[in-house]
Design a protein around this ligand. Sequence first.
Ligand code: GLU
Length: 545
Amino acid sequence: MADTVVTRFAPSPTGYLHVGGARTALFSWLLARHFGGKFLLRIEDTDLQRSTHQACEQLLEDLRWLGLEWDNAQLMYQSKRTEIYNSIIDKLIAEGKAYKAYETPEELEAMRKQAEKEKRAFIYRRPQLTDAQIRQYEAEDRPHVVRFAMPVKEYRFEDAVLGPDQGVPASQVQDFVIRKSDGMPTYHFAVVVDDEEMGVTHVLRGQEHLLNTVLHIALQEALGYRRPVYMHLPVIQNLDGSKMGKRDRDKKVRTAVQLWMKNTRKTVAELSESTGIDAGRLDNWIQNSKTQLDIPEHQKIMPIAGLRESDLPEVLVHDFRKNGYIPEVLLNFLALLGWSPGENIEKMSMEEMVQRFSVEGIGKSNAKFDRAKLLAFNTDYCAAAPVEKLLPAFRDFLLVNPDSPLNLATDEQLAKLIDMKRGFHTFRDLDDKSRFLLMRDDEITLDPSAVEKILRKNDAQGLKALTDLRPILESITDWKHTVIEAAVNNYCAKTDLGLGKVAQPIRVAISGGTISPPIFETLEFLGKSSTLRRIDRCLAQVGSC
Ligand code: GLU
């Protein structure tokens, strides 16, 4: 290993961070931390149309949430370095190692088509322009790009993960664009200049960049730069081998819509009418799984098809945050996507991951994203972690879920909910099952099937128990779960009813449904007056007997 390991994460900020990007950032961070080196962050925002300030902020927020702190206080933004790139590009032009190329996009397309017709690969090499032609183009101020005159030879390099002999033969080498017609450098050029300037020793990135490395090596050679160690990380896939991405979310919406149409016998025209989405577009999307709707369109359709955003498979780091995963757990899980610490070890703290991380442990083959495993990791972590550790994470979950009534709870109340409902899978799960406690009494809506099953069935036995319990609960002066439990048990003994037959009707009355944390602690939490008010509302709605 080099004296000081310097790694970097170099995202193109087009929005929230994808889990694949988070895995690259994590591996780069782990390698730097393992060797006591540096982990740097660089924002590759040379695509002016796609890189917005907001996208950049979202990305930084995701990295901070994950806890992958970077060591350069001053972030490097490529968009602010145009002059630096241009002075190097001008030097390359002066040395004859790069040149202006004047073809229009249409001309390039025609050249590509011609190659296709002749059944040969399209390889761009420097056109032989006469001095007169160049003078004319310059005089016309003709739009142009700058291309690197790539020395024609075989390029071979060793990848620390994929092994030696990566690269391309001389026949595949072609001149590539290093400055676009808008005056901005391309990714290939900026990445090489910046990795050199930042002293990057190890480049970790996804396998989709493997062959780009050839272009980067050629530029390094022309500029007299060092060559960092390259490590290309395995592709992350769904369990069925498909690519993990936005498509998974679209698929879930489509399936829900198909089911909704079948159950309700609604037509595409009706769906189009209620969403304002063109019927032809909807029809095509429903029939053809290769097409996708946009996110705003999903948002219009989902409530109709009975889907919540949290029902969609998470793809972005932000999705996992919003659905209540613990950042350390997500990182532990992501670490195993392509890296094996050996000795059958899976669950690790951040410190253990740093200590055990090694290049040798990174695999070549595709990594499978097993959601059930991640959920199990998160459940186990939440079951074991002390409440002081979970509380800030729960607050963070509520911050990104401002609609949750649990935002009204005090820290003490949240801590109590965590302990009452141990065994929860995610904070979303905890929120779903306990949010009724912080709702206003008049916001509780009774689930008709719970009313039928628990209160009305068997000659309204449940409703009767609830009516009987109302005065018993009212008479309790010391509203503690132990006292409530004793009073309810006493009623059960007298009436010969099992606790379940009594607890469930109370649950329906106070929560609207049949799921809650343990009933007596729940009642203590809710307080006497709310409990009685909710029972009264329920009795009034269902009809006392
Ligand atoms: N901006 C590139 C990306 O987001 C970085 C690739 C690299 O690490 O070189 O894919």
